[in-house]
Write a protein that binds this ligand. Structure first.
Ligand SMILES: Cc1ncc(COP(=O)(O)O)c(C=O)c1O
Length: 385
C-alpha cells in the first residue's frame, strides 16, 4: 500500500496526521528521480531547462486534475501559509479601491487569522464570524456582515483541530452574488475529502503539500481565472509573473504526484482513515469514563478526532501517553491554561477544553495501531485520575 512507513517497536504510534504526513513512497520516487536527473532551471531555454519546465507543468496538470480546474489557475507556493498570505493580502490590496472590509471566521488557522490582523494594521476592517458548538460558521451572521464595502470572505474548508467541514458552497454563493471574492483555506481537506473548486464556487483556495503526503515547504494556490491579486513576491517573472523565484522543481514534482495519488485513491483512503478514526473514537468512548468528542459527528473530516477528558490537563495527558504521538487542544503555562481559539469559539467549557487532545489518523493507520493507542490512552487517563 502506498504511503506506508515502518513502525519499529520503539517508535511511538503516529496519530498526528493533521500536523503533517509522511511522504508517500510514490511521491518520494518521483522526487528522487528529479533530485538525481532533473537539475535544470525551468526558465532556461536549453534542454535542461525544458526538461525541468516539463516536470513543473506536469505537476501543475496533476494539481489542476485534483481540484478540477485549469492548469493556468494553479500557482505553486512554499506551502499553506504562503498561499493564505498571498490570497488574502493579494486580494485585499488589489481591491482596495472597491472597499476595505474582510469577513472571516473565529476558527481560522493563524495562517489566516494573523494575516487578517496584519491587514487590519494596514487599515482593513475585519469582521470575525462566530461558530456554533460544533464549530460550524453562523451563516446568518455571515450574511448580515456582508456589506457594500466587503471585498473578501475567507472561511476555512475544514478545521485542523476538530475537523468541522464548513458549508463553503453556501458561503461562496452568498458572497459571489454580491460580487465579493471568496477564499478558502483547504490545507486540511485536500487529500482527505473531494475538493472541487467549481462545485465549491470559490475564487481562491489554499493547498498545503505536507498535509497530503507531499513534502513540507511546497503548496499551491488556486486562483480562479480572471481574479487579480496584488503582487506578493517581487522579482523576476516566474510562475507567469505571479510569484518571483526559481521554482522548487523537486517539491513541485512531489506535490504533483501527491495530487495524482490523492485523486486516484481518495475514496479508499478516505474510507480507511474514517474506519480507523471511528474505531479509535468507539474504543475511547467505550474504555474511558467522562469523555466526550468535540465537533460534529458527521460534518467532519474522516480522520479527525478531538476528544476531551474532563478535568484532565492535555499537556500532562500527552506527557504520560508514552508510545503515542498526538497533539493538545490546550497548552498549560504554569498555572494558566491557554485553550485553543477554536475550542473557545465553540464554547467548550474549560473543564473539558483543558483536557482536549487531537488524534488524527492517516491512510495507512492500522487497526493494531488504533487498538494499542486506545490502551495507551485509557491507561494514561486512569493513572492521572
Ligand atoms: C488549516 C491550516 N492552514 C494552514 C496551515 C499552514 O500550512 P503550512 O504548514 O504548509 O504553511 C495549516 C498547517 O497546520 C493548517 O492546518
Amino acid at each position: 500500500m502506498s504511503g506506508s512507513r515502518s513502525l519499529s517497536p520503539m517508535k511511538p504510534i503516529y496519530l498526528d496526521y493533521n500536523a503533517t504526513t509522511p511522504i508517500d513512497p510514490e511521491v518520494a520516487d518521483v522526487m528522487l528521480f528529479c533530485m538525481r536527473e532533473v537539475f535544470g532551471n525551468p526558465s532556461s531555454a536549453h534542454a535542461y531547462g525544458v526538461e525541468a519546465r516539463r516536470v513543473v507543468e506536469a505537476a501543475r496538470a496533476q494539481a489542476a486534475g485534483l481540484l478540477n480546474c485549469s492548469t493556468g489557475e494553479i500557482l505553486f507556493t512554499s506551502g499553506g501559509t504562503e498561499s493564505n498570505n498571498h490570497a488574502l493580502k493579494g486580494a485585499a490590496r488589489a481591491n482596495r479601491h472597491r472597499g476595505n472590509h474582510i469577513v472571516t471566521s473565529a476558527v481560522e488557522h493563524p495562517a489566516v487569522s494573523e494575516v487578517c490582523q496584519s491587514l487590519a494594521a494596514e487599515g482593513f476592517e475585519i469582521s470575525v464570524i462566530g461558530v456554533d458548538p460544533t464549530g460550524l460558521v453562523d451563516l446568518a451572521a455571515l450574511e448580515r456582515a456582508l456589506g457594500e464595502r466587503t471585498i473578501l470572505v475567507s472561511v476555512m474548508h475544514a478545521n485542523n483541530e476538530v475537523g468541522t467541514v464548513q458549508p463553503i458552497g453556501e458561503i461562496a454563493r452568498m458572497a459571489r452574488e454580491r460580487g465579493i471574492l471568496v477564499h478558502t483555506d483547504a490545507a486540511q481537506s485536500v487529500g482527505k475529502i473531494p475538493v472541487d473548486v467549481g462545485a465549491l464556487g470559490v475564487d481562491l483556495l489554499t493547498v498545503a503539500g505536507h498535509k497530503l503526503y507531499a513534502p513540507k515547504g511546497v503548496g499551491a494556490l488556486y486562483i480562479r481565472e480572471g481574479v487579480r491579486l496584488a503582487t506578493f513576491m517581487h522579482g523576476a517573472g516566474h510562475e507567469s509573473g505571479r510569484r518571483a523565484g526559481t521554482e522548487n522543481v523537486i517539491g513541485i514534482a512531489g506535490l504533483g504526484k501527491a495530487c495524482e495519488v490523492a485523486k486516484r485513491d481518495i475514496g479508499a483512503a478516505g474510507d480507511r482513515m474514517k474506519r480507523s478514526r471511528d474505531r479509535l473514537q468507539e474504543g475511547i468512548l467505550r474504555d474511558v469514563p467522562d469523555v466526550r468528542v468535540n465537533g460534529p459527528r458527521d460534518r467532519r473530516l474522516p480522520n479527525t478526532l478531538s476528544v476531551a477528558f474532563r478535568g484532565l490537563d492535555a499537556g500532562a495527558l500527552l506527557g504520560s501517553m508514552e508510545g503515542l504521538a498526538a497533539s493538545a487542544g490546550a497548552a498549560c503555562h504554569g498555572t494558566s491554561v491557554e485553550v485553543s481559539k477554536t475550542l473557545r469559539a465553540m464554547g467548550v467549557p474549560l473543564e473539558w477544553s483543558r483536557g482536549t487532545i487531537r488524534l488524527s489518523t492517516g491512510k495507512c493507520t492500522t487497526d493494531e495501531e488504533v487498538d494499542r493507542a486506545i490502551d495507551i490512552i485509557a491507561g494514561a487517563v486512569k493513572k492521572l485520575r
